[in-house]
Design a protein around this ligand. Sequence first.
Ligand code: NIG
Ligand code: FE
Length: 386
Amino acid sequence: MITLVRNIGELITNEDSGAYRKSGFAFTFSEGIIDWVGPEADAPRDCDQEVDAAGCAVLPGFVDSHSHLIFAGERSSEFAARMNGEPYVAGGIHSTVAATRAATDAELRSNCASLVSEFHAGGITTFEIKSGYGLDVESEARSLRIAQEFTPETTFLGAHVIPYEFSEDPDAYVDLVCGEMLTAALPYSRWIDVFCDRGAFSPDQARKILQAGARAGLLVKLHANQIESIGGIDVACELGAISVDHLTHTSDSDLTALANAGIVATLLPGVEFSTRSPYPDARRFFDAGVEVALATDCNPGSSFTTSMQFVIALAVREMHMSVNQAIRAATLGGAHALARTDIAVLSPGMKADFIVLSAPSIDFLAYRPGVPQIAHTFLAGKALTT
Ligand code: NIG
Ligand code: FE
């Protein structure tokens, strides 16, 4: 069954060649895979069905490479306090840990499912989910087991904060994470992550945990430089991390180090918004030759949004990205941050994950903030009903 997608206002393929926004283009897919892309006038004649984009823009599905969807409860009062001048502190994580430990599997699954349906409605077709609100062996393993029902991109974040019961002996917690907890998490995890920042884990602790994960076969990513620059980037470079995430505070030499190591910088403007922090200037990253991804960081503490459209609007308005840069970061950048080569480019052989907007150009994603612009989300060629 071959499907032709035609009458496209502008097509974003993320291919390296040609203009970033292609006009008069169409594409076909079958069995969930793209098989042809080109000028509509040259489209194959033998298609079985068509999708009429009605003159609207079509682009690859968004790739959200950083989210924390397995949790219970909410922390709106913390958000309200921050808007009144309180700073964001890592310690707020403990209240979500208590709620998550107390929740049933069914509650965690249903909370996650409703957030995933928000992702889909907003055009996110691939997403990562971290653990990190269990912080004991059993709760971390079950968080990842449930996360894996929704995505293959699961990340073991046992090192989110030191749980209260280990506050007197943080090194014992690091040993637990590197040992029994890692073993329990392994069957359900593809990635390992550490929150390396003030109030969370030191660079030495992060190194030890990430090394243990890497030895066990997990891919490495890192939360760093959100609250303060304490040396996480050096650890990431040393260990061959794929992505470093947050990067609210970076020096020029940090950016040079990321560029030289080929590490993706995953920027999370929902966090700067929700913690009233300064936005990093993305122009510095591009000028230094760093590849940038954009992600929601959806979590109940520092960024409770599932909207990549909102993230794109913030990146354009507050981080000085062009719309083209922001769209690329929210699609191909995210794919690279997840070490995926099968998504986020609309070209033959790639997965037919794409979005049809209800607007003629991708500018509308930032130009109409707060107004949903996603008409249809297609996952492996199937229209999602959300
Ligand atoms: O990515 N920064 C660390 N972890 C999460 C926030 C966790 C929380 O506040 O619950 C983040 O922003
Ligand atoms: Fe995070």
